[in-house]
Design a protein around this ligand. Structure first.
Ligand SMILES: NC(=O)c1ccc[n+]([C@@H]2O[C@H](COP(=O)([O-])OP(=O)(O)OC[C@H]3O[C@@H](n4cnc5c(N)ncnc54)[C@H](OP(=O)(O)O)[C@@H]3O)[C@@H](O)[C@H]2O)c1
Length: 333
């Protein structure tokens, strides 16, 4: 049995503004659920930045404990699927949005949302990957299912490459034998991205420049786009024949302009990725792939570890594209 008091980052709303504070809560404050987890690690994702700043109407009720993912050890369970001592991982399922999340040393959730820690990775590594890494893996799987193979002509483009999803995608694709082009707006990240396995660096401004007509030069054999906005239309126009782009994020905006021409004349695909509601079987498959295919030395290189108290100060930074790689929150710090 663990302590009945635990630390948590709590959000309150007043006058339309959301503010956070570090508090000590009692077990009775936890929401309903059949499994109570002693949270060891959580992470900072783009969506956490939005929630911490009260953006996007993602949280319905305050006070709220954010944190869209966590890993930890089961403390109590009313579900036959888990017992005290089991090591578990949770990402998505709207935890941290409409249900209290992982920015606390304890969480109470539904057993259906939890997964066992994948074999071959530690609790900390599971959160170094976290929602961003899981999403990058879903994007890689979607591209593979639509014909992407290593050794083909052209490069696989990763946009927002120095961010969380982007960094994991670069390391994964490179490990899987693809030639990776890393799209970034940060000149000081070029060395970092090459160390993760990028063969080429593409400046964000180049990706933002529209092609002269509905088709650009045939360039990308596939793409993982965490940036969205108008550059997504440009990427589609520059995919090679039968190439696919996995649309993952909207760090630069939600609207884009495209024509049907690359779909009709080059047979391209635009693939949507939703990590939040991903069914459990595919989820487990993606995590098993991560445990097998993610180079763990590269994972260490792209991870920074912080304590809960440092999190509010990072919220604005991740939204402004100033956080590099992945940020793990160590609840024991
Ligand atoms: N579909 C899903 O299930 C899912 C899951 C996880 C995340 N996401 C989304 O994926 C995106 C990335 O998430 P993340 O956690 O990796 O965030 P992140 O760490 O902040 O990475 C985003 C990256 O995008 C680039 N960027 C930021 N602002 C930009 C702008 N205005 N114009 C062009 N590029 C910009 C930056 O990369 P450079 O510095 O390299 O340019 C930044 O590091 C977010 O939109 C997030 O909501 C979706």
């Amino acid at each position: 049995m663990g302590e009945s008091r635990f630390k948590a980052l709590v959000l309150e709303e007043a006058g339309g503004k959301v503010a956070s504070s570090l508090r000590t809560l009692e077990d009775q404050a936890l929401p309903e659920g059949d499994v109570t987890v002693a949270v060891k690690y959580s992470t900072l994702n783009y969506k956490d930045g939005m929630i911490l700043q009260g953006l996007g109407k993602l949280v319905r009720k305050y006070p709220h404990v954010p944190g869209i993912d966590f890993s930890g050890v089961v403390e109590k369970s009313e579900s036959a699927r888990f017992k005290p001592g089991d090591e578990v991982v949770l990402t998505g399922n709207r935890v941290g949005e409409i249900h209290w999340g992982g920015f606390a040393a304890k969480a109470r959730v539904k057993a259906d949302w939890l997964m066992r820690l994948p074999k071959g990775i530690s609790l900390k590594q599971s959160m170094a990957l976290g929602t961003a890494g899981f999403t990058a893996m879903l994007a890689v799987m979607a591209l593979e299912e639509h014909g992407l193979k290593p050794g083909g002509e052209g490069e696989v483009l990763v946009t927002g490459a120095a961010g969380g999803v982007g960094s994991v995608a670069v390391a994964l694709l490179s490990r899987l034998g693809h030639r990776v082009a890393a799209g970034t707006g940060r000149a000081d990240s070029h060395g970092y991205l090459k160390d993760l396995g990028a063969a080429t660096i593409v400046d964000r401004a180049e990706l933002a420049a529209p092609p002269k007509g509905p088709l650009g030069p045939e360039r990308w054999s596939g793409a993982i786009d965490s940036v969205g906005g108008e550059q997504l239309g440009n990427i589609l126009a520059s995919l090679r024949y039968w190439g696919s782009c996995a649309a993952v994020g909207n760090a630069s905006g939600i609207k884009f302009t495209a024509t049907v021409i690359p779909f009709l004349l080059r047979g391209i695909n635009l693939l949507g990725i939703d990590s939040n509601t991903c069914p459990m079987e595919r989820r487990a498959g993606a995590w098993a792939r991560l445990a097998k295919d993610m180079p763990l030395d590269k994972l260490d290189a792209l991870t920074t570890t912080v304590g809960l108290a440092e999190v509010p100060g990072l919220a604005g930074k991740i939204l402004q594209g100033q956080v590099r790689g992945r940020t793990v929150i160590d609840l024991g710090k």
